[in-house]
Design a protein around this ligand. Structure first.
Ligand code: FAD
Length: 469
């Protein structure tokens, strides 16, 4: 019987394990942490009964993915829940903008900016099923819908600040650039629109759902399916070399490229090792989880019912802050993403005390404390917020990488989203999952299609490994 060891149990490691096991491979997963799940863990970080997502919170690309559909994760207990507003962007004096599921409804709320919004996202939303199948694969593939992909590419290749000009009003421009900031890239650089275009289109196609009970429910559903196929697990063991693994036919590495180079050692061809060691990581995230009594008193009404709230001020302010972060300077007022998952899923709250998820974009390896900057950012748009905080839990960039070594220096998206790495990660190769060592594959978010708890990197890598077998 073919055997495989999967190193790391993030969503991609688990997706690879399940895909291989379903094909009849005997699979063992080895995880360094004491708890399975990598970026899909949830826990009571602040107060008993208040459930926080430790990493991934919102999942625009997960529900419709080929992986979720093939393994019927909904049938294994995974339920998606949506807040009334997908994402919001407050500005000063109660102004702001929101994106709801309907693209026409969103455009209608954007005033003069609505026309550009509808013209840009309307056609993409109609074709999102086929477009997302294309961009959730490696770039080097024969597209089944080249025209749809070209339409997406025409916007994705632009600087976010340039594409945003189509949206005319400061509110609509900020709404888009707030999503584009998910790329952790300066917003005036080529292809800095790519992630914003994908996530905005997904918001109008599927929404930005959260998993009922916390993101760990995604892990749990995969574990149900993995148990059906006999996958075995070992936790609390960090793998440092292929020699420890007992010579399985396949090894799937849910690790950073540098860790893969270390684990493969001298067996890895020099050109691959060099490419892995040159792989660029992005800036960091500094996360604060709050237990908040009552709702956040946002001045902007739309933010009160949004699953995600982007706090970055105007497009220009965000562009300056993201440029600083990329250059290694901590901005005075960083971009902050706030998650109000509890608005979609009330099971996470303890009575009137709710989990509030917030992280700031900071320079890679930032050693300062951004807690006050994050709290002040929320207070700026929600005066009185401080008085409602009942407890906090803080995770600095260092703690982020100790919690999960794939988040190198706090890089929660496992690699810089510069144009080259957006197209060719972790290196330029026909098979981006192959490590050059026979039977050994990289399957983490450092491979296509990149970050997110969708499992598609692991699913794609396992398919390649099976095809080679
Ligand atoms: C704060 C934060 C917010 C996020 N928000 C979102 C979001 O809203 N939506 C979204 O889709 N994504 C989000 N993400 C990103 C998402 O969580 C990741 O892209 C995703 O988890 C990557 O999955 P992965 O399987 O590649 O790796 P990971 O989830 O990082 O898991 C890797 C696993 O491998 C283990 N490992 C590494 N090296 C070894 C070794 N040598 N031996 C044994 N085990 C090892 C690690 O301990 C870890 O458990 C967020 C991440 C963070 C941190």
């Amino acid at each position: 019987m073919t055997t495989a060891v999967v190193v790391g149990s993030g969503p991609n490691g688990l997706a690879a394990a399940l895909t291989l096991a379903a094909a009849g491979v005997r699979v063992r997963v080895i995880e360094a942490a004491d708890v399975l799940g990598g970026g899909t863990r949830s826990s009571e970080l602040t107060l008993p009964g208040v459930v926080h997502d430790e990493c991934s919170g919102m999942h625009p690309l997960a529900p419709g993915s080929a992986f979720a559909e093939r393994f019927d994760l909904a049938g294994a207990g995974l339920s998606w829940r949506w807040a009334p507003v997908e994402f919001a962007h407050p500005l000063d004096s109660g102004r702001g903008a929101v994106a709801i599921r309907s693209v026409t409804g969103t455009a209608a709320g954007l005033g003069e900016g609505g026309r550009g919004w509808l013209h840009t996202f309307g056609p993409l939303v109609k074709r999102f099923g086929t477009i997302s199948r294309e961009f959730l694969q490696p770039v080097l593939h024969l597209p089944r819908h080249p025209l749809h992909l070209a339409l997406f590419g025409a916007y994705a290749g632009l600087p976010a600040t340039l594409l945003a000009r189509r949206f005319r009003t400061p509110e609509a421009q900020a709404l888009f650039t707030g999503v584009a900031a998910h790329a952790f890239r300066p917003l005036d650089t080529l292809a800095s629109s790519a992630i914003g275009v994908a996530l905005t289109t997904a918001a109008h196609a599927f929404g930005w759902p959260v998993a009922e009970g916390g993101s760990a429910a995604i892990r749990d559903a995969v574990l149900v399916r993995a148990a059906e196929h006999g996958v075995r697990f070992e936790t609390g063991r960090r793998v440092t070399s292929l020699d420890e693994l007992g010579g399985p036919d396949l090894v799937m590495l849910d690790t950073s490229p540098a860790a893969a180079a270390q684990i493969a050692g001298a067996r890895m061809p020099t050109r691959v090792r060099r490419a892995y060691l040159r792989y660029r990581h992005g800036p960091g995230a500094f996360k604060v989880d709050f237990a908040v009594e009552g709702d956040v008193p946002w001045t902007h009404e739309g933010s009160r019912s949004a699953g995600t709230v982007h706090l970055g001020g105007s497009m220009e302010e965000m562009a300056a802050a993201e440029k600083d972060v990329a250059a290694g300077r901590m901005p005075e007022r960083p971009f902050v993403l706030v998650g109000q998952q509890y608005l979609a899923d009330r099971t996470r709250s303890a009575g009137d005390v709710h989990p509030l998820y917030a992280y700031a974009h900071v320079p890679a390896g930032y050693t300062g404390d951004a807690t006050e900057a994050i709290t002040a950012r929320i207070e700026q748009f929600a005066p009185g917020f401080r008085d409602r905080i009942r407890a906090t839990s803080v995770r600095s960039t260092t703690e982020m990488s100790l919690h999960n070594e794939n988040y190198v220096a706090g890089d929660i998206v496992t690699g810089a989203n510069d144009p080259w790495q957006l197209a060719f990660r972790p290196r330029a190769a026909l098979d981006p999952y192959a490590t050059g060592v026979p039977g050994v594959y990289l399957c983490s978010a450092a491979t296509p299609p990149g970050a997110g708890a969708h499992g598609m990197c692991g699913y794609n890598a396992a398919q390649r490994a099976l095809a080679r077998l």
